[in-house]
Design a protein around this ligand. Structure first.
Ligand code: 5AD
Ligand code: SF4
Length: 440
């Protein structure tokens, strides 16, 4: 009987893509995915510690697994991802029923562990940072992708920015770019498999190439990928506002396959807070870049991340963030309450903000943005927009679903043969989180 595996994924797109790599290795090792933790022979928890909430979710899932392991001692439990990297062996003290701990730069070590699984009865840890495992990011690992139309492709790992709130440089290490010819080859083979869209992944894609022996910057990487015949769309996340260059904006404008969307985390509208956060820009510089983007690409959608209640944030600082939202009118935002993270500089800043105030500020921001997003979506009613059809809608099986180049979800009645095609849709109704339309 085929053995079964289950994966929990707790984090960002990079974490989700890592789960695809983990699933890929398990699949080629003759394991089959199961939804049920009870049926699984191997369970992997791919962790995230960017905020406390994600971390707590992991600990409560892991706690739940103790009983399952008691009932089924042959079950093997592996902890992957950013908490595995940060905590390492220490996790075994609190959770002795965990068998294997491996970091985001050691996913390849799963290959050996799973091969020897019957002999692996003791605790095993693989969390060597990439500088000690330099081949990791040039290795080609099998990947079990979530869909057949859109695919994620890592172009760089780690981060050198050291924003005061962020744990990523301590978990994913220093910034390293993947050789451009490896990225090109991966995209090329995805297109041969039938994928139509790629999203290039990195913590700060705008600084791609810095440490490459065979240098290439991000706009030039986009240019060579754009040449791949059969590829319909290119997306990328995440861009750091400080490194967003005019060359990139020109490239986005000139290359039709690059989607009309940029995710550009602002974090705060207050210069005082931006400085404490070590973001490397002031609001005016950010806003000027938005203006240049909108002049170059008038229908570009811009989304952002906002943190409320960063240490030292006064009502006046918070008001500056609200002013930024009403001034820029983002297409959408991800807003978070500031979360204390170990190792980060922000932990040691004075004037931590009271939890009730942080919650109130977050709610206020979400309410303001809700109206902006809704109004922006409403403007699309009656318009004809190109949509890449991704599949059958999860919420309504009578409908197909896809995305506009600006990354808005559109649901419509259509024929399954359109899946994977670009179709023109007349938008008939706009809602808060998605659009509805008719195929032309
Ligand atoms: N607290 C709250 N939000 C955070 N982010 C990163 N670290 C923290 C933290 N400690 C948010 C930022 C970032 C997004 C991926 O997560 O807004 O852009
Ligand atoms: Fe992604 Fe950061 Fe969470 Fe790691 S800690 S999974 S890099 S968001």
């Amino acid at each position: 009987m085929t053995k079964k595996f289950h994966i929990y994924t707790f984090g960002c797109q990079m974490n989700v893509h890592d789960s695809e790599k983990i699933a890929g290795i398990l699949s080629v090792s003759d394991y089959e995915f199961t939804d049920s933790t009870k049926k699984a022979d191997v369970i992997v928890l791919n962790t995230c510690n960017i905020r406390q909430k994600a971390e707590q979710k992991f600990y409560s899932e892991l706690g739940r697994l103790e009983k399952i392991k008691k009932d089924k001692p042959a079950l093997r439990i592996a902890v992957a991802g950013c908490i595995a990297q940060q905590k390492g062996d220490v996790l075994f003290n609190r959770f002795p029923y965990v068998d294997f701990i491996f970091g985001p730069d050691n996913i390849d070590s799963l290959q050996t562990w799973i091969k020897d699984i019957t002999q692996n009865t003791g605790h095993v840890t693989q969390t060597t940072a990439l500088r000690h495992n330099p081949e990791y990011h040039t290795k080609i690992l099998p990947v079990s992708r979530e869909g057949r139309i859109r695919a994620w492709v890592s172009i760089m790992y780690g981060c050198d920015n050291y924003c005061a709130y962020c744990v990523v440089p301590y978990t994913r290490g220093r910034e390293r770019s993947r050789p451009w010819n490896d990225v090109y080859k991966e995209v090329n083979s995805l297109v041969m498999e039938g994928f139509k869209e790629v999203t290039l992944l990195g913590q700060n894609v705008n600084s791609y190439g810095k440490n490459l022996q065979d240098y290439m910057d991000f706009p030039d990487l986009l240019k060579i990928i754009h040449e791949i015949e059969g590829l319909q769309r290119i997306r990328f996340v995440t861009s750091h506002p400080r490194d967003l260059s005019e060359k990139l904006i020109d490239t986005m404008r000139n290359l039709p396959k690059i989607c009309n969307h940029i995710h550009l985390p602002l974090q705060s509208g207050s210069d005082n807070i931006l400085s404490l956060m070590n973001r490397g820009y002031v609001y005016k510089v950010y806003k000027d870049k938005i203006d240049i983007l909108r002049t170059a690409i008038p229908d570009i959608a811009i989304t952002t991340d906002i943190i409320t209640g960063f240490p030292g944030e006064t009502e006046a600082d918070f008001q500056s963030t609200i002013n930024a939202l009403t001034d820029i009118k983002f297409d959408g935002i991800f807003a978070f309450k500031y979360s204390k993270r170990s190792d980060t500089k922000a932990l040691y800043l004075p004037d931590h903000v009271d939890e009730n105030i942080v919650s109130r500020r977050l709610a206020e921001i979400l309410k303001i943005q809700e109206i902006i997003t809704y109004k922006k979506n409403k403007l699309l009613e009656g318009k004809t927009i190109e949509v890449l059809v991704e599949g059958i809608s999860e919420t309504n099986s009578d409908k197909l679903t896809g995305r506009t180049s600006s990354n808005k979800i559109v649901n419509f009645c259509g024929n399954e043969k359109d899946i994977g095609r670009l179709v023109r849709i007349n938008i008939t109704e706009a809602k808060q989180h998605s659009l509805f339309g008719e195929i032309i």
